[in-house]
Write a protein that binds this ligand. Structure first.
Ligand SMILES: Nc1nc2c(ncn2[C@@H]2O[C@H](COP(=O)(O)OP(=O)(O)OP(=O)(O)O)[C@@H](O)[C@H]2O)c(=O)[nH]1
Ligand SMILES: [Mg+2]
Length: 213
């Protein structure tokens, strides 16, 4: 009887666990975001921004939501470390791509990393929700969500044109175009926490509906 009740209790209180990877260029604010998420959702606060150093490798943080645990993997964004990202694609349920909206100079570099590092085209994550975060919205110099989206679409159009000229093959590009059409972009300030709960809500809803379990 005890085992039956224990089993029933475990069944009723069980939480499904989902993995979310946080990627993007170095300095975009990924770790600041992870630590802010910990502060907002956990009893033990995350590191304050002045204690955060560039990530060499990965950081992990977990939060508990109704019947769900979200496990975040914050991966280092420096050029030499980006090659580890793909190792996480197989097991993740959502991808967060963080952009430094203040750094116009590096926007193109960010876009180059997004599709060319196969984030958009890797077959294993095609069905996985992808959220683009335009970070540092607290800064008056930052581009808005709308401007970031436009910049990406322009960059993508240029890319498409040159790829058509080079390969003439549309299938992969078509696949990506569909993916991009549904690309969600949200504005946040990882530093101040603005928009962070909305982003976590988005992830919470999308991982439940994700086709990958
Ligand atoms: N103004 C402003 N600065 C931010 C924000 N988020 C992060 N920063 C700053 O941006 C710098 C880089 O932040 P990190 O969180 O270390 O960046 P990262 O993406 O983890 O970088 P790597 O670990 O090298 O990949 C730090 O100086 C942060 O304080 C933000 O929302 N607003
Ligand atoms: Mg970091």
């Amino acid at each position: 009887m005890y085992h039956l009740l224990k089993g029933l209790h475990e069944y009723l209180t069980r939480k499904e666990e989902f993995s979310v990877i946080i990627i993007g260029l170095d300095g975009a604010g990924k770790t600041t975001l992870l630590e802010k998420i910990k502060t907002l959702y956990n009893e033990t606060p995350g590191l304050p921004p002045d204690k955060i150093a560039p990530t060499v490798g990965q950081n992990m943080g977990k939060i508990t939501l109704p019947s769900t645990i979200l496990k975040f993997w914050d991966l280092g964004g420096q050029r030499g470390i980006r090659s580890i990202w793909h190792r996480y694609y197989d097991d993740c349920h959502a991808v967060v791509f963080v952009i430094d909206a203040e750094d116009r100079e590096r926007l193109n570099e960010g876009w180059e990393v997004l599709p060319q590092d196969s984030v958009l085209s890797a077959p294993q994550i095609l069905e996985v929700p992808l959220l683009l975060l335009a970070n540092k919205q607290d800064s008056p110099r930052s581009l808005s969500v709308e401007e970031i989206r436009n910049d990406y679409e322009e960059w993508y159009r240029r890319k498409l044109d040159s790829a058509r000229r080079t390969y003439g093959d549309e299938t992969d590009l078509q696949h990506r175009a569909e993916r991009i059409a549904s690309l969600d972009v949200m504005g946040i300030s990882a530093l101040e926490g603005t928009g962070v709960r909305a982003a976590v809500d988005w992830l919470f809803i999308r991982v439940q509906n994700s086709r990958r379990r």
